[in-house]
Design a protein around this ligand. Structure first.
Ligand code: NAD
Length: 359
């Protein structure tokens, strides 16, 4: 995990970007410039552990702003870019796709062009060492049947939601900038993440906090959709490892080999909370809070990732199982009410209870 020393992280105030920034700054001693627009999903409190550390800086800017991106690269002179800024919530993409098209597609194009200009200004050694890491999702591959083989680097693209189709478009752009201009691009496609600092509109933190407070636990359909879960700090280590060891032009599928039905995920959260948090006022087991709601339109049935190439070529392995990662996540939410309370009170207290999410 010998990550490069100067990394520009877009979306670094978000869930995964902040985990990567914390890993680069605190564990690997890298210099990091976080570039983030601070949309509803971005929060500088996610970077509190990095503030004031040598080499850490933050720029509030939009990745669609070409002048700002060129300016940031000219001033910071990164030797790698980890591009995570995106609109990321599937349900929001169904009710309003415009920001997904703008940020995920136009924003990635703008980053690639700014990165190309910066890369072309480097000397030969700098150009050879430079990396542009485009961080994407397994949702670009579509949906699996129960007996299908897991997604891998050779799976054909078949995105089905406004979110996943905008990410698919951005993946194609990133690869095209490698093939056309030689920009040293890496692409990672990762399965569903969970862990600390996960915005409380997503399935795991929403269910965790509702279960803590004795509120209904909304589950789409019959809860039999399957996702492959990865602890966010394992993803952050995979990204740093890809920056250090990844081959330009290559794609790496990243996942935790932890396929779970949504209902199983919700039940596990209930059981962990029953064992570690105060009991509900009426003494009921938390599983009794589960409420089935109408399914999401076009809901993909199953995602699963075959991470064998990343394991083999990057030497990366997840450290957490789903159960150990979930226990760490529950512990973190129990200990960090300062972080989630304002987000829940402001926007997600009651009105979104009927709008659960798997991502
Ligand atoms: P997130 O929504 O928590 O964070 C996104 C960040 O990007 C926020 O800080 C937001 O302020 C910022 N941002 C949004 N639009 C911007 C713009 N125009 N300019 C600058 N900054 C902007 O998302 P996340 O879950 O951390 O996901 C990060 C990346 O990883 C995304 O590209 C996503 O597609 C990908 N990914 C996510 C998952 C997952 O399970 N969450 C899995 C695989 C891949």
């Amino acid at each position: 995990e010998n990550g490069p020393m100067r990394v520009l992280v877009t979306g670094g105030a978000g869930f995964i970007g902040s985990a990567l920034a914390r890993h680069l700054v605190l564990d690997l001693g890298a210099s990091v410039l976080v570039v983030d627009k601070l949309t509803y999903a971005g929060d500088r409190r996610n970077l509190a552990a990095c503030e004031g550390k040598p080499g850490f800086s933050f720029l509030q800017a939009d990745i669609c702003d070409a002048d700002a991106m060129r300016g940031a690269m000219g001033a910071f002179r990164p030797d790698a870019i980890a591009h995570l800024a995106a609109e990321s919530h599937v349900d929001r993409s169904i009710t309003g796709a415009a920001p997904f098209i703008h940020t995920n597609i136009t924003g990635t194009f703008t980053m690639l062009e700014a990165a190309r200009a910066h890369w072309e200004s480097l000397d030969a050694a700098g150009r050879a060492a430079f990396r542009f890491l485009h961080v994407s999702t397994d949702e670009v591959f579509g949906s699996l049947g129960p007996d299908d083989a897991a997604f891998s680097e050779t799976t054909a693209y078949d995105p089905r939601s406004p979110y996943s189709s905008s990410k698919a478009a951005s993946d194609h752009l990133a690869r095209a900038w490698h093939h056309t201009y030689g920009l040293p691009v890496l692409v990672t496609n990762c399965s569903n993440n969970y862990g600390p600092f996960h915005f409380p509109e997503k399935l795991i933190p929403l269910v965790l906090l509702n279960a803590l407070e004795g509120k209904p636990l909304p589950v789409y359909g019959k809860g039999d959709n399957i996702r492959d879960w990865l602890f966010v700090e394992d993803h952050a280590r995979a990204l740093a490892t890809a920056l250090g060891r990844g081959e330009p032009g290559e794609t790496y599928c990243v996942g935790g080999r932890s396929e779970r039905r949504n209902l199983e995920v919700v039940e596990t959260i209930c059981d962990v909370l029953d064992a570690s948090a105060p009991p509900l006022a009426d003494g009921r087991p938390r599983r009794q809070l589960i409420t089935f709601v109408a399914d999401r339109p076009g809901h993909d049935h199953r995602y699963a990732i075959d991470a064998a190439k990343a394991e083999r070529e990057l030497g990366w392995l997840p450290r957490e199982t789903f159960e150990s990662g979930l226990r760490r996540t529950v512990e973190w939410y129990l200990a960090n009410e300062w972080w989630w309370r304002p987000l829940r009170d402001k926007r997600y207290a009651g009105e979104r209870l009927g709008l659960p999410a798997t991502k």
